[in-house]
Design a protein around this ligand. Structure first.
Ligand code: GTP
Ligand code: MG
Length: 192
């Protein structure tokens, strides 16, 4: 996959607006601020093709990007505390409709902050992916914020808590590029 060809395709506020899949698709899920948009920029080798913000809840639509005939889907984050009930309901409907729809879910990349134990919502999301047999991997994000020893310790703890196969968990950092080659390898395997 030539990531340098990445470009923005479209933004959708409703799943019914999204055209049917015409190519392999890789979607990114995780709580607000976990680093979904940042890891996509890192893959694409671009600074700000995908909007990144230190304010959680920045991405509220489903945003499609494309590189070399693969779609990359930035999904709105969950678990942002200062969100209203109406906003949370909208999120649940959007994500529920998205994963319920007839699409090419080649790979779902589920992001979890390596510094913290997975939240209830992380568990719900990953249990859902596992229960419905989605091809998914867990990327532990922001590894640059921990020492190597702490990374290994947290990764082991999180794998155990989430109860996912060890080979499906990758330690990543969008800042240093740790784990990005491995992520690209998984994407290629799932899409080509
Ligand atoms: P929403 O769109 O709100 O759901 O957030 P998001 O998951 O897209 O997170 P985003 O990529 O916007 O990153 C949130 C914040 O975390 C930004 O301030 C990023 O610079 C920072 N961040 C993301 N990835 C990393 C990382 O690997 N290391 C460090 N140190 N900071 C990161
Ligand atoms: Mg985002």
């Amino acid at each position: 996959i030539n990531y340098q060809l990445a470009k923005f395709v479209a933004s959708y506020g409703k799943v019914s607006q999204i055209p049917e899949s015409t190519c392999p698709e890789v979607s990114f899920v995780g709580r607000s601020n976990v680093g979904k948009s940042s890891i996509m920029n890192k893959l694409f080798g671009r600074k700000n093709l995908v909007k990144v913000s230190s304010t959680p809840g920045k991405t509220s639509n489903i945003n499609f990007f494309e590189a070399d005939d693969v779609h990359f889907v930035d999904l709105p984050g969950y678990g942002f505390a200062r969100r209203s009930k109406a906003e949370r309901d909208r999120w649940a409907e959007l994500i529920g409709d998205f994963f319920d729809s007839e699409r090419s879910f080649n790979l779902v990349v589920s992001l979890v902050d390596i510094r913290h134990d997975p939240s209830k919502l992380d568990h719900d999301m990953i249990d859902y992916l596992q229960g419905n047999e989605f091809n998914f991997i867990v990327c532990l994000t922001k590894a640059d914020k921990l020492s190597r020893t702490q990374q290994a310790r947290q990764a082991a703890a999180i794998k155990k808590q989430l109860n996912v196969p060890a080979e499906n968990v990758i330690i990543t950092s969008s800042q240093t590029g740790t784990g990005i080659d491995e992520l690209k390898k998984r994407i290629a395997e799932a899409c080509l």
